[in-house]
Design a protein. Sequence first.
Length: 150
Amino acid sequence: MVFDIFKSRRRARLRAQPVPRAWRTILERNLPVFSRLSAADQAELIGHTQVFLAEKHFEGAGGLELTDEIRVTIAGQACLLLLHRETEVRPRSRAQFSIGESVKVISGPLSDFSGEISEINEDAGRLKVLVSIFGRETPVEVGFDQVKKI
């Protein structure tokens, strides 16, 4: 989508900005793994951290004053999970389901129940399926990957 292009460009600009030396020092001091990363991985982690700090809002609880050290440490730790992963926004696949269609639940607590789709939430990747439990139609919310067409 058009907005995804703007987001990608904004993130690229953020990654291209110089990083405050204090941030690197904070990451070296508070993330023991940082010094063991290759230079390329360190640069990738710092880039992810820049984007994270620009896009996420932090708020201290109980009057805690959030310093750059706290914010950068939290962001760096969270962004470790993003190393070597494609993080750009990709278009979501469209649901291959339609309202009124019969499906069978294949995983989860209601595995092997069959029912009819009553609602589709493509943004969340979820369906509301009416299954018969003790002879009564009961709406159950499941993920796209938890059902198969009958």
